[in-house]
Write a protein that binds this ligand. Structure first.
Ligand code: ATP
Ligand code: LTN
Length: 348
């Protein structure tokens, strides 16, 4: 693979608005919820925006991680992002911990965040409820503030994410507004970029719950790097509903509706056209065809990811260049922030 490293001026970009998002390094493989809910939009938005995408390794530390597995996941995340179409010549693709400004801005934002405001975040409530609040880390509590810093450093117009991140984006906007009001206008307000159709892909076995790396059972989640025949089997054994009709009805028939969403997103066929195509046919035919669509989709993705994983030095190089581009922008924002809150920089 050849790379043309963009010059600093190109990386800073002319007038193209920015887009930014991150994904945690918390699993060996991304799943269909990650891909259809968020990552596919990352790829599309590269066309018209100046893109900054990163692997949120610091966020991954908010719950216990095995260091060896985390190190491996770091590469797996990078390889998968490139395999799905993130182009390092176009996007700054980097790792959160390689840009220390993320944690530096976090501290300033933590100092303007209310304790009660942080406590209201539903992701903290859900994740801490599992083991009890006293077992949850302070890092998990502060998670959304690190996320706000991730975003605000780059002053993006859009942040492509799944529906579950909407509340974190709202907090980010509140903190930006508070900072602007208390000091001086520094941060434009970022907008969540959430697709109505695929913003919440559900678990194949429990179609009212979100498909999730940490909460779904193995049969409820389609992993992008699964053996294609394993994914096909999961689709064929997905829970469907009692009406035996291939019809979209989010509330009445959540199982088949989720499968219709996945089918439509992977093929570009409208849900209404799929309903027509399968009118009078059973769930079995539909699921069999979707299983084939899924196999055709994941096979080349998996091959490409494995190819990229064979050259770690190349991945290191991509991430190093991405971090350089990111730091150029992030360090300028942080310097402004430090200045506005009254921190005096050391003299040279
Ligand atoms: P965890 O279960 O550990 O919280 P996750 O599976 O939710 O992990 P994240 O790394 O938190 O995955 O999410 C990465 C991106 O994928 C985010 O933008 C998130 O909103 C999106 N996403 C995650 N799950 C889904 C889903 N089921 N449907 C749509 N988008 C999703
Ligand atoms: N919390 C996000 C991951 C994330 C993120 C971000 C997303 C960390 N920092 C900044 C968008 C912008 C999640 O997917 N669970």
């Amino acid at each position: 693979m050849s790379h043309q490293t963009p010059t600093a001026a190109q990386a800073a970009g002319p007038a193209r608005p920015r887009v930014l998002s991150g994904i945690q390094a918390t699993a060996d493989s991304f799943h269909f919820g990650n891909y259809l809910g968020a990552l596919r939009q990352w790829v599309d938005l590269q066309e018209d925006y100046q893109p900054f995408f990163f692997i949120a390794d610091l966020h991954a530390l908010t719950v216990p991680q095995d260091p060896k597995a985390l190190r491996e996941r770091f590469y797996r995340c990078a390889a998968q992002l490139i395999a799905m179409g993130i182009d390092p010549d176009r996007s700054a693709l980097f790792v959160q911990s390689h840009v220390p400004e993320h944690t530096q801005l976090t501290w300033v934002l933590e100092c303007i965040t209310g304790f009660g405001e942080a406590r209201r975040m539903t992701q903290f409530k859900d994740k801490s409820a599992k083991e009890g609040e006293s077992a949850a880390s302070v890092g998990l509590f502060a998670y959304p503030i690190l996320q706000a810093a991730d975003i605000l450093l780059y002053r993006p117009k859009y942040v492509p994410v799944g529906e579950d991140q909407r509340q974190h984006l709202e907090l980010t906007r509140d903190l930006a507004q508070r900072f602007n009001h208390r000091y001086k206008k520094t941060f434009p307000l970022p907008e969540p970029y959430i697709l109505k159709s695929t913003g919440r892909i559900t678990d194949l076995q429990n179609p009212t719950a979100k498909m999730s790396k940490t909460n779904s059972s193995a049969s409820g989640i389609v992993e992008m790097l699964d053996e294609p025949k394993v994914s096909a089997k999961k689709i064929r054994s997905a829970v469907t509903d009692s009406q035996a009709q291939v019809r979209y009805d989010d509330e009445g028939q959540p199982g088949i509706s989720n499968l219709l969403t996945i089918y439509s997103a992977l093929t570009g066929t409208k849900v209404a056209d799929l309903e027509q195509q399968y009118a009078g046919k059973g769930y079995g035919d539909f699921k069999g065809d979707l299983a084939e669509v899924v196999v055709d989709f994941v096979t080349p993705f998996r091959d490409r990811t494995n190819e990229l994983l064979d050259d770690r030095a190349e991945l290191d190089g991509v991430l190093r260049r991405g971090a350089e581009q990111a730091r150029e922008v992030a360090s300028r924002t942080l310097a402004e922030v430090y200045d506005r809150v009254g921190l005096v920089r050391p003299t040279l």
